[in-house]
Design a protein around this ligand. Sequence first.
Ligand SMILES: NC(=O)c1ccc[n+]([C@@H]2O[C@H](COP(=O)([O-])OP(=O)(O)OC[C@H]3O[C@@H](n4cnc5c(N)ncnc54)[C@H](O)[C@@H]3O)[C@@H](O)[C@H]2O)c1
Length: 303
Amino acid sequence: MNAQGATRTGPGPDEWAADEITRVGVVGCGTMGAGFAETCALAGLDVLVAVPGEDSAARGRARLVRSLDHGVRKGRVAESEREEVLSRVAFTIDLAGLGDRQLVLEAVPEREEAKREVFGVLGKVVGDPSAILASTTSSIPIVNLARGTDRASQVVGVHFFNPVTVLPLVELTGSLLTAGSVLDRAEVFVSGVLGKRVIRSADRAGFVVNALLVPYLLAAVRMVESGFADAEDIDAGMTLGCAHPMGPLALADHVGLDTLAAVGQAMYEEFHEPLYAPPPLLSRMVAGGLLGRKTGQGFYRHG
Ligand SMILES: NC(=O)c1ccc[n+]([C@@H]2O[C@H](COP(=O)([O-])OP(=O)(O)OC[C@H]3O[C@@H](n4cnc5c(N)ncnc54)[C@H](O)[C@@H]3O)[C@@H](O)[C@H]2O)c1
């Protein structure tokens, strides 16, 4: 046991190797669920996506098609591959349909109760006791999700970045209850099969990336709030002075100001560190629906 929970160990003799995972499940087909489904299908896996209803399935499939078409235009996906990739992804409106999966990724909205409910059902319906049950949560403790199931040792956090098909990083997290062999197999799957670069993080709100990024973005919001400098100048400072590809306020608009506020709040509740607390300007912009790119207005006007 270490700060990350589980210790690194090899797989047990009765467990399959991670590259034997061929049947994956996904719960939710929004931004992250669809991205994960597409990434797995591109890797040649059989993907079954559980959604709440037929409408959701139609929206999920349309999202996949749009993303694949974009991939074809960008040369990331071969035209000849498109139909085959799509044929690898099926939908179900019944979580019990995921019974034969070897790995399931939960990607429903960031609400602990909803996620725990999904894990409770997965624990009952997924037949293989060595199946990996994963969540792509950004801030909910993995141990809380693990406690929602009767197989806490199989639960891991696998935090992808948006867009999943493009960004190579994954933060892998075990809780204090995760078996070391499960974490190791999850790492082999994510890196060896999906081709991502895995970094490991302790089960702490924000993991590695947000623990560094969020206080930086919030500091930029506070600069605007106090009249220290305006958004354009702050962003120019970091793009032109530090060679960052995007300034902090443009990045905040891209992430979504509601998401930034929610992740900051979760980190503040965990560590009680004032630098993580969303400043009042951010909270008021969220209350006003000025969420950034997704609503057309944040620190900048979009579209
Ligand atoms: N969007 C990001 O940039 C990002 C990045 C990393 C991690 N995350 C995390 O990924 C998770 C999903 O976020 P998202 O941005 O994809 O959300 P989203 O709102 O785009 O998608 C969530 C989907 O889940 C579906 N859903 C809700 N309840 C369900 C249920 N019981 N069963 C099946 N489907 C259900 C919804 O219909 C929706 O399509 C969250 O935990 C979020 O914190 C998001």
